[in-house]
Design a protein around this ligand. Structure first.
Ligand code: SF4
Length: 409
């Protein structure tokens, strides 16, 4: 979501005659778009601000914008401690960004401006469909800094997608609980929105991040079964395999609810690959709770998992893990080792399978199941953005290698 916001801010600067650079010394304006989900990210943003103090002193005309979740959470602290920052714009005020920039810079016509992409490949683009979150997971401050969930108008979303560069073949829908999307005014829910986007011929693949186990509906499973534009890689955060910890986290589901969703996804398409997030060392996590995370990893055989050490977001003693840092590190490394082994096994199982590959360039693509894939043994000139079927012959260096079966584009 932050990447999508960063792209939007970058475009606002381009419309005002700026070029993008990551050379801080040469910049005329610096935007730090921040995240607060983990303490580490917040610390990094503040430390970067500290480094900018001297640069701003030597170059007073430089403008510094501190935006996003940390700006929302720490706004006053930032304003007083780093008083050289020109604007602190919290995530709830993100919509004011354009007006604020108008105070500083003249806007040019955006008609002839080429918008380079900051992130991802040239053929994929993010599309935010929801902002904020109405859940209250105990370890998360997103609802506090971003506010309750708001679904954006489906007509605006469709307009934005239609206006994207013709190279864009994959849309990644973003929202904290993306599958809870509902535009009540136009009676468009998550399923209807995907149907609408699928009807755009140029769009070959639709991904979404991150769904929440609470918001899967029967209609979604039906759609998933028949609509092959929906990516077969679903990133579904679980956080823990222990019901005891899930309850303490206030995630709202049990491990068996989660397993049931995975079962339904795999019933709809057996090729579905599921990736996830785990938190290790949550307050009260016993050895048994941790082993339940290992068990569910083994059971579901996630294609990949992002594993994080628990990071307390307040000084409240009940938010501090009762485990030593060494113990959390020990558990994390056991989990990571197992994740690595299982992902390797999963990749090896793709050998002999036919995968749908969306081509990022003439030789490399992404499978619908989320793997990088190199095309080998082909004399054909493959177009970027084309969708093809490849038979997987081998795995090397975490990349599937496959031979083209037929070309759809
Ligand atoms: S679902 Fe939970 S973890 Fe995700 S943003 Fe909402 S409160 Fe935070």
């Amino acid at each position: 979501m932050n990447e999508d916001d960063s792209q939007k801010v970058a475009n606002l600067f381009l419309e005002r005659g700026f070029n993008l650079t990551d050379n801080i010394e040469k910049s005329d304006a610096i935007v730090i778009n921040t995240c607060t989900v983990r303490q580490h990210a917040e610390d990094k943003a503040l430390s970067l601000l500290g480094k900018l103090r001297g640069i701003k002193r030597n170059k007073p005309q430089l403008k510094i914008f501190f935006i996003g979740c940390a700006a929302q959470r720490l706004g006053n602290k930032v304003k007083s401690k780093f008083n050289f920052v020109d604007e602190v714009i919290g995530s709830k005020d993100f919509y004011k960004m354009e007006n604020i920039l108008n105070l500083y810079y003249e806007r040019y016509s955006s008609k002839d401006i080429e918008y380079p992409k900051l992130f991802n490949s040239e053929i994929s683009d993010y599309q935010t469909i929801m902002r904020g979150c109405s859940l209250s997971c105990s370890y998360c401050i997103v609802p506090k800094v971003r506010g309750p969930a708001i679904s954006l108008d489906s007509n605006d979303i469709m307009r934005e997608i239609m206006a994207k560069d013709e190279k864009i073949k994959e849309i990644i829908l973003l929202g904290q609980t993306v599958n809870a999307y509902i535009d009540k005014k136009n009676k468009v829910d998550f399923v209807k929105l995907i149907e609408k986007i699928s009807s755009i011929e140029a769009i070959k693949r639709i991904k979404f991040m991150s769904p929440h186990p609470l918001f899967f509906t029967d209609d979604f499973f039906k759609l998933y079964r028949k609509n092959k534009k929906i990516s077969r890689q679903i990133h579904l955060p679980i956080q823990s395999g222990s019901d005891n910890i899930l309850k303490k986290m206030r995630r709202g589901y049990t491990s068996s609810d989660y397993i049931d969703i995975v079962k339904r996804l795999k019933e709809a398409d057996k090729n579905t690959s599921i990736s996830t997030d785990f938190i290790v060392g949550f307050p009260g996590e016993s050895q048994k709770d941790f082993e339940e995370s290992l068990d569910i990893l083994e059971k579901i055989k996630f294609s990949f998992a992002f594993c994080f050490k628990y990071s307390p977001r307040t000084d409240n003693p009940k938010d501090i893990s009762d485990l030593s840092d060494d113990e959390i590190s020990r558990r994390l490394s056991i989990l990571l080792k197992k994740v690595k082994q299982i992902s390797k096994d999963n990749m090896a199982k793709r050998i002999g399978e036919i995968e749908e590959v969306l081509m990022l360039d003439s030789r490399h693509g992404k499978t619908s199941t989320g793997y990088n894939c190199a095309i080998i043994d082909s004399n054909k000139k493959i177009k970027q953005g084309s969708l093809l079927k490849a038979k997987i012959l081998k795995v090397e260096k975490n990349i599937l290698h496959g031979k083209v079966q037929n070309e759809k584009l």
